[in-house]
Design a protein around this ligand. Structure first.
Ligand SMILES: Nc1ncnc2c1ncn2[C@@H]1O[C@H](COP(=O)(O)OP(=O)(O)O)[C@@H](O)[C@H]1O
Ligand SMILES: O=P(O)(O)OC[C@H]1O[C@](O)(COP(=O)(O)O)[C@@H](O)[C@@H]1O
Ligand SMILES: [Mg+2]
Length: 332
């Protein structure tokens, strides 16, 4: 292994920059050359490569987003597109590749390993925390803190006006962010795609809360929720909007909806995101030097380790019921 490349792919996540910094500096420490690839897999196909030195990653440990830029690239899902990417990497003399991204990006890593001589490994980088075999993906801690800060602010105005607020957070198919920030933010109800509910249950809890003297009601809903009002969600373009309408209709209460959107993806990474990103990225370089491929770096019980990508991308559809039940008890 003489030369490795690094790219970020899929939705960006705070902590990708500290991960890039750690890949570059760990690799140089071990005597490797490093190539940066811009725009994720699109940059592999278009040969958007540049050499990276220690100074290329100066002053980025604190920055959100990704200096390598990210993209979702349909062409990489085609064999023809990937062939161009392999030819470009071969021409550049790249032996190893570190991909920082989510489940989709890891599927790309699997293809590279199956179809070329390049050894590719993945680092989980996504605010969704929707991968198995790891407690943690880079970006989720910063996103959770951003969401909790938003909930605090909404709580102030909700209390002043004794209103119900529906707050919609990200998570394409995953309720992780809604669950954790619902607990941390003291939400009255947490709605996630993994757990069935009826709008009537939600309305009953809101009504009972106000009867007992609560001054507000905060409902946290994950963007991935579809059932039990898929048609309404489709119509409104958002489950939060649909839920807000249902609450207004069923309870007659003054209800407002806030969709947090992409502000959840930005911001300076938290200390935890920086530490885990730095450690995961160093491990990725070490396993490439060790000749491993097709692995994802994981974080379990405060240890950085390695798992099979195949297991990491299996959709588990699980949610921690202890946390869900606790959030429910604490918000009574
Ligand atoms: N099955 C696949 N084969 C090859 N590349 C894929 C595959 N799935 C996703 N990718 C690549 O990974 C990119 C990022 O995936 P996406 O699901 O959008 O984000 P994330 O990696 O954050 O989950 C896609 O745009 C595509 O280029
Ligand atoms: O920024 P986009 O392309 O609109 O994508 C939004 C999606 O990306 C995410 O923010 C992150 O998902 P990925 O990490 O899988 O890319 C999801 O929570 C959200 O559904
Ligand atoms: Mg994803």
């Amino acid at each position: 292994m003489k030369k490795i490349a690094v790219l970020t792919s899929g939705g960006d996540a705070p902590g990708m920059n500290p991960a890039i910094r750690s890949v570059v500096r760990t690799a140089i420490y071990h005597g490797l050359e490093v190539v940066g690839i811009r725009h994720g897999y699109k940059g592999l196909i278009e040969k958007d490569f540049f050499p990276m030195k220690r100074g290329s990653v100066a002053d980025i440990v604190q920055r959100g987003g990704t200096i390598l830029l990210s993209a979702r690239c349909e062409e990489f899902k085609t064999e023809a597109g990937r062939k161009k990417a392999y030819a470009n990497m071969q021409e550049e003399g790249i032996d190893g590749l570190v991909v920082i991204g989510g489940d989709g990006s890891l599927r790309g890593v699997q293809k590279i390993n199956a179809e070329s001589d390049i050894k590719a490994v993945g680092i989980p980088g996504t605010i969704d925390n929707d991968l198995a075999c790891t407690d943690y993906t880079i970006g989720v801690d910063t996103a959770m803190n951003t969401i909790v800060e938003a909930i605090n602010k909404i709580r102030d105005t909700a209390t002043s006006h004794e209103r119900t607020f529906v707050i919609e957070c990200m998570g394409r198919d995953s309720g992780y962010l809604a669950l954790m920030t619902g607990l941390a933010g003291g939400a009255e109800y947490i709605l996630v795609p993994e757990i069935d509910f009826t709008p009537q249950q939600v309305c009953d809890k809101i009504t009972q809360g106000f009867k007992r003297g609560k001054l507000h009601s905060l409902i946290l809903i994950a963007e991935g929720v579809k059932a039990p009002f898929a048609d309404l969600t489709e119509y409104h373009g958002s489950p939060g909007m649909a839920m807000g309408d249902l609450i207004r209709e069923k309870t007659g209460m003054e209800t407002r909806v806030t969709i947090l959107g992409h502000l959840q993806r930005g911001g300076s990474p938290t200390a935890t995101d920086r530490i885990v990103a730095s450690r995961m990225a160093a491990k990725a370089v070490e396993i490439l030097l060790d000749g491993q491929r097709d692995k994802m770096i994981n974080y379990l019980n405060n240890s950085i380790g390695v798992c099979e990508i195949e297991n990491a991308i299996k959709k588990t559809e699980t949610i921690n019921m202890d946390i869900y039940n606790l959030a429910n008890i604490l918000s009574m």
